[in-house]
Design a protein around this ligand. Structure first.
Ligand SMILES: [Zn+2]
Length: 113
């Protein structure tokens, strides 16, 4: 389950940032995750609920903004959004591998106590 590894990295980073800021706790962690990363929202929430115990984020919450994936269609000369790989352009049906968005995985903000 790669969500556990992702969440562990996020928590490590968040704790490091919070400590550097002299904080005693994390109130909120906000992430931005692209749909094409394959991350399952429920698994990410679950990983957070388990891994936060004993960390500065123990009483904190996780907020995740999921972004749709986007590919470029060279025939239509336009971008189209998709929730997964292997979807053709809705305009012409052309299959595209020219990914423009969807692999994001970033810590957007951190609210500390
Ligand atoms: Zn097209």
């Amino acid at each position: 389950m790669h969500e556990v590894g992702i969440m562990q990295s996020v928590l490590d980073l968040a704790e490091r940032e919070a400590r550097a800021a002299g904080s005693a706790g994390i109130r909120e962690i906000r992430l931005r995750v692209g749909r094409l990363t394959g991350v399952v929202p429920e698994s990410l929430e679950f990983a957070f609920s388990i891994l936060r115990e004993g960390t500065l984020a123990e009483g904190g919450r996780l907020i995740v903004d999921y972004l749709p994936g986007a590919f470029w269609c060279s025939r239509c000369e336009a971008e189209f959004e998709t929730e997964g790989f292997g979807c053709g352009c809705p305009g012409c049906g052309e299959f595209s591998l020219d990914m423009r968005r969807g692999m994001e995985m970033e810590l957007v903000s951190l609210e500390v106590l």
